[in-house]
Design a binder for this molecule. Structure first.
Ligand SMILES: *[C@@H]1O[C@H](CO)[C@@H](O)[C@H](O)[C@H]1NC(C)=O
Ligand SMILES: *[C@@H]1O[C@H](CO)[C@@H](O)[C@H](O)[C@H]1NC(C)=O
Ligand SMILES: *[C@@H]1O[C@H](CO)[C@@H](O)[C@H](O)[C@H]1NC(C)=O
Ligand SMILES: *[C@@H]1O[C@H](CO)[C@@H](O)[C@H](O)[C@H]1NC(C)=O
Length: 466
């Protein structure tokens, strides 16, 4: 029991870390708890930090004390280098912690003592983690310094509480509640400023792409799972708005998809359902190419054999396939093989991109009629599919990407189906790591989702105002 809670809470803390990294050093010590908005609409919180001295020697002992932690640190160093993550996760984990502390306060003393000691250990381990990352990162990062200071002061406060009585727990809870309030305010502020409302196309396309937000190594915790995808339902069924899905593998085959009730359970790897697309001697509905989308609880994907587009209804667990006229298996995207059909969903519906022999390998865009599950209209682009790294749709406009260098990706081409107009553009964005196989826009939250070398990555978008 104790062990379980410890692991759980530790992972909660590590999730919390990147979001706190958004806190900035501006107004250091002013006592302000106000939030402000960064240049990409991200939340920047101003934090009050109590004056404390740091017992470096003790922390160093701590650092070497946990081998498990060190492994996690390796994962999280790269993750934290982006210094951003969903605010909502931090809020969830904080409210979870706060709730636990509330339970404590009303519980019997013996239970309190145990929990209190646990909390101390967890905070110490977390601080050690942050210390290690701090040295691994460029220490001039003020956002990271702020995160570190926040955790450090929290730990000091807890450590200063020599006993574990109810009033002390009250103090700790107060600290968490304060932080929670700040972040909530920040989140509210953030909602006012950004883009056109969800679902609206009253904008002129992408202006800018935010920094990669690296959430987590995939749910299989397998670095060899470079092929996969993740995201949210692009048109969620009522009651499934917070659902996430994930599929991953060490090859380009698609054999399984898992569903998670919320971001929190995705990150803690507690799926509520896992669908197998292959059961030996029973059925083989496997896909290929990792360019699927989930829409109304259906997985739309490239069927492996025979080559077709497939719709796997995750509600009924039934599969349906349709041949895409003229689509070829000869032209994959630049990074990976077998990416012949790329599904995309946007404000206007469901799309599939591919190439045909007739088109000499240039990209063809098809609109899928969701009722009949057929390609009802096609557009011919002028770009060669094999030079493209991926593509996605926003408001009826196709965006195609290519690689610039190991750190940089670029949207170099758009095709507007509402005007039958193509454009060569340059919208560059930072890659987390060089290799990725999955990139899609989700109209339900206006974010890009990428499966990058086994990691879940998202990007916030800033649209041009009309
Ligand atoms: C905190 O999160 C864990 C993991 O999902 C959950 O089991 C627990 O019930 C949550 N606690 C509260 C008080 O929300
Ligand atoms: C650290 O930050 C400085 C100043 O921002 C920058 O010049 C330097 O290249 C960075 N070093 C690394 C290793 O990122
Ligand atoms: C998926 O299956 C459910 C349950 O049978 C059904 O209600 C729904 O219409 C199906 N969706 C599609 C897109 O076929
Ligand atoms: C493909 O190549 C053929 C022969 O060069 C040409 O006639 C045809 O127009 C090309 N198709 C496209 C879509 O570029």
């Amino acid at each position: 029991m104790m062990m379980m809670m410890k692991i759980l809470l530790l992972s909660v803390f590590m999730l919390a870390a990147p979001a706190q990294a958004w806190l900035s050093l501006e107004d250091w010590g002013s006592g302000s708890v106000d939030g402000s908005i960064g240049d990409l609409g991200q939340c920047v919180c101003n934090v009050f930090l109590p004056d404390t001295s740091f017992p470096a020697d003790r922390m160093e002992q701590m650092q070497s004390s946990s081998k498990q932690l060190a492994v996690e640190v390796q994962i999280h160093i790269s993750k934290l280098s982006s210094l951003k993550v969903e605010l909502v996760v931090l809020l969830e984990s904080l409210s979870n912690l706060t709730a636990r502390l509330e339970v404590l306060e009303s519980g019997p003393d013996k239970y309190i003592k145990l929990e209190f000691e646990l909390l101390r250990v967890e905070l110490r381990e977390f601080e050690a983690l942050v210390t290690q990352i701090k040295t691994s990162l460029n220490s001039s990062s003020s956002a990271f310094d702020s995160l570190y200071a926040e955790i450090h002061s929290m730990r000091i406060i807890v450590d200063q509480l020599e006993s574990y009585d109810r009033s002390n727990l009250e103090v700790i809870r107060h600290e968490f509640t304060k932080l929670q309030r700040k972040l909530k305010k920040c989140q509210e502020d953030q909602q006012d400023i950004t883009n056109a409302p969800i679902g609206s196309c009253k904008h002129a396309g992408i202006l800018k792409i935010g920094k990669p937000v690296v959430s987590q190594l995939n749910a299989d915790l397998n670095g060899a799972f470079k092929y996969g995808g993740w995201g949210k339902d692009s048109k969620p069924l009522s009651g499934s708005e917070s659902m996430y899905w994930y599929s991953g593998s060490s090859d380009t085959l698609v054999s399984k998809i898992s569903q998670y009730s919320a971001y929190y359970t995705l990150i803690t790897r507690q799926s509520f359902k896992a669908h197998l697309l292959y059961v030996d001697r029973q059925y083989d509905w496997r896909g290929a190419g990792n360019n699927y989308v989930v829409r109304e609880n259906n997985l739309y994907y490239q069927y492996r054999s025979p080559f077709a587009m497939a719709k796997f209804n995750m509600t009924s667990a039934k599969v349906e396939t349709k041949v895409v006229p003229k689509a070829s298996t000869q032209f994959s995207y630049h990074y990976s093989i077998n990416q012949n059909l790329d599904f995309a969903a946007d404000e206007s519906g469901l799309w599939v991109t591919y190439a045909t022999a007739d088109s000499n390998g240039t990209l063809v865009l098809g609109k899928i009629n969701e009722q009949s599950f057929t390609v009802e209209e096609v557009w011919q682009t002028s770009i060669f599919k094999q030079s493209v790294t991926n593509a996605f749709m926003i408001c009826g406009v196709l965006y195609a990407t290519r690689s610039v260098d190991t750190h940089t990706e670029e949207i170099f081409y758009t095709y507007d189906t509402t005007k039958n107009q193509e454009s060569h553009v340059s919208i560059r964005f930072e890659k987390f790591q060089d290799f990725y196989v999955y990139l899609d826009y989700n109209p339900a939250d206006q974010k890009l989702y990428m499966f990058n070398n086994g990691y879940y990555v998202t990007y916030n978008l800033k649209f041009k105002v009309v």
